[in-house]
Design a binder for this molecule. Structure first.
Ligand SMILES: NC(=O)c1ccc[n+]([C@@H]2O[C@H](COP(=O)([O-])OP(=O)(O)OC[C@H]3O[C@@H](n4cnc5c(N)ncnc54)[C@H](OP(=O)(O)O)[C@@H]3O)[C@@H](O)[C@H]2O)c1
Length: 263
């Protein structure tokens, strides 16, 4: 199936590793021109070089911290200078710090708000003029199944990610007249560096080995395994594509069946 992504310009944020990187790689493989970002310059440069090498498409790497307004504007400015427009925005970011209510303070709440909600607000605001001028666009927010089933010891994620879903639904109404679709993708348990860190934390807290925790968690996933970043990349590329042209305002989990809710 031709996804119709050839030549489209896609910004994928927080993309030197994990889910963001898989999204960038899949969109590049489908012929989109890509802007990637992350805070660690060497990592984002290397990732861009590798994706360029594998796909032969244009990949721009912009070192940037998504909690800084000026960095967000720079990501968009560099993209427009390089490619002339923006058609697709994939809002990914680092996850909020783990912890239960008693373990997180005022500074943690502010940091999570800036990283998780405000970065999406700022990125969206920065790309809208281009998308409107170009007659349309696609915005995809990567959040978490915690918006459907709150997760233990992740009070910041459980609280703040839901606000992105509310924002996205409102934007899907407001931006439809501009031809801009807005959707959310919720990773379940995906084997990335962040997941490995969470597994190590769970192991330290529970006294169980990481292998034992993985075995127990996989037993609760109907498809019987952790997801790979590429499983997310496939869904993101579909939602970004012409094949999803009638899909807006939805929130889709990619979780191997983990979330046991009807909707
Ligand atoms: N993996 C899962 O199972 C899972 C499940 C549910 C939700 N999620 C969420 O999905 C998102 C991606 O997770 P992941 O597992 O792919 O994470 P990951 O493997 O740890 O990768 C995170 C990426 O984000 C970049 N990043 C982090 N903070 C940033 C910042 N302030 N500005 C710019 N870039 C930043 C990192 O690069 P630098 O460190 O160099 O900046 C890296 O490229 C997170 O929000 C996570 O909470 C993941």
């Amino acid at each position: 199936m031709d996804l119709g992504l050839t030549g489209k310009v896609a910004i994928v944020t927080a993309s030197s590793r994990g889910i963001g990187r898989a999204a960038a790689e899949m969109l590049a493989a489908e012929g989109a021109r890509i802007t990637m970002c992350a805070r660690t310059t060497a990592d984002v440069m290397t990732a861009a070089e590798q994706i360029r090498g594998r796909t032969g498409t244009d990949v721009l790497a912009v070192p940037a911290d998504l909690t800084r307004a000026e960095d967000i504007q720079r990501i968009v400015d560099r993209t427009v200078e390089t490619y002339g427009t923006v058609n697709i925005l994939v809002n990914n970011a680092g996850g909020p710090a783990p912890g239960a209510f008693d373990a997180v303070g005022e500074a943690d709440w502010r940091a999570a708000f800036e990283m998780t909600l405000l970065s999406v607000v700022r990125m969206t605001r920065a790309v809208l003029p281009c998308m409107r001028k170009g007659g349309g666009g696609v915005i995809i927010n990567i959040q978490s199944t915690s918006v459907k089933v709150p997760l233990d010891n992740l009070i910041l994620s459980n609280s703040i990610r839901s606000s992105v879903i509310g924002l996205a639904k409102s934007l899907s109404f407001e931006l439809a007249k501009d031809g801009i679709r807005v959707n959310n993708v919720l990773p379940g348990a995906i084997m990335t560096d962040r997941q490995r860190e969470m597994l190590a934390l769970q192991s330290a807290r529970s006294g169980k080995s990481v292998a034992e925790i993985i075995r127990l968690r996989e037993a609760a996933i109907p498809l019987g395994r952790f997801g790979e970043p590429e499983d997310l990349g496939n869904m993101i590329a579909f939602l970004a594509s012409e094949r999803a042209r009638y899909v807006t305002g939805v929130t889709v989990q990619v979780d191997g069946g983990l979330v046991r809710s009807l909707m």
